[in-house]
Design a protein around this ligand. Structure first.
Ligand code: ATR
Length: 278
């Protein structure tokens, strides 16, 4: 029998996940369907929609905006999983009648950076912009790769300070430590890897970055995909290599697919398919 999966969110119609998982299923010969599932915004409605999906035989869900934090509350999360530290779940699997939660966003970013883009994080000065859910999702996996230092910059400084406090226990993973800064305080600093985890690019904006931020050979990564954002254009002007988040999207999906099916799909052909639209 065909196993049913879906991505739940609001809005969710635009999601590329059905296309990605259909490609993975074709490639690996898995008998599964993958659709979108829209939930009303109230948390109680979200949990009812999730339970109905599994009661009707669903095997697994991806969770997208704005429900990742809510999904954490209705799933069991292993302390070793990224969902535990991120306090957010993007993948749910029905295991022995229980809903188990995982977060594959961070591994998606790290795999895209290191394997697809050939950019090892170890020893790099990293700047992460934004202090919302997207940043929480990637903090531990990035720190686990031992960057030289990690700065979190955010428009609203308190949110960056709270976030850094939340991840303080991982500070020994870096030689230079973790800090929270407002954008103006970045003046004079240089970074090897700059990740835009803000939603600014979606509205054609960018965080207020000082010039000369990019070290020679720097990589600028915008988690937004499918467009050249103002941040990417800025980074290219600074001489950095700038990429969008399409690879992260496909890599986090591949990790979810592996959790559900215990089969690892090839991601390069799927990234290429989405880039060329074929
Ligand atoms: P997500 O879960 O996708 O991270 P979020 O929790 O709403 O979404 O967080 C959005 C992030 O983008 C925040 O860090 C926000 O900064 P503030 O905390 O100061 O609001 C950041 N952001 C959004 N638009 C921005 C802009 N134009 N310039 C800089 N930061 C922006």
């Amino acid at each position: 029998m065909t196993d049913c999966y879906a991505v739940i969110g609001n809005p969710v119609e635009h999601s590329k996940s059905p296309q990605i998982h259909a490609a993975f299923a074709r490639q690996t010969g898995q008998d599964m369907s993958y659709t979108t599932l829209k939930s009303e915004l109230e948390p109680s409605k979200f949990s009812v929609t999730v339970r109905k999906f599994f009661d009707e035989g669903g095997k697994g869900l991806n969770v997208t905006v704005p429900f990742k934090h809510e999904a954490r509350k209705i799933t069991i999360v292993a302390p070793g999983d990224n969902a535990y530290d991120a306090d957010a779940v993007n993948t749910i699997k029905l295991e022995g009648g229980k809903l188990i939660g995982y977060n594959t966003d961070g591994i998606g970013l790290v795999t895209d950076l290191e394997r697809n883009l050939g950019f090892p994080i170890a020893g790099k000065r990293v700047l992460l912009m934004g202090a919302g859910g997207a940043t929480y999702g990637v903090m531990h996996p990035v720190l686990a790769k031992h960057p030289e230092s990690l700065v979190v910059a955010n428009r609203t400084l308190e949110k960056a300070v709270t976030l850094v406090r939340h991840f303080r226990k991982f500070e020994p993973f870096t030689a230079g430590g973790i800090s929270a800064l407002p954008y103006p305080d970045l003046a004079g600093a240089q970074f090897d890897l700059i990740v835009n985890a803000t939603s600014a690019g979606l509205s054609g904006e960018m965080p207020p970055l000082p010039p000369d931020l990019c070290a020679p050979g720097a990589l600028a990564y915008d988690m937004v995909y499918g467009r050249v954002t103002p941040f990417m254009a800025f980074a290219r002007q600074c001489g950095a290599r700038a990429v969008d988040g399409l690879g992260m999207l496909v890599e986090q999906a591949a990790e979810s697919f592996f959790i559900w099916r215990n089969v690892r799909p090839q991601t390069a052909p799927v990234i290429a398919m989405l880039r060329t639209g074929t």
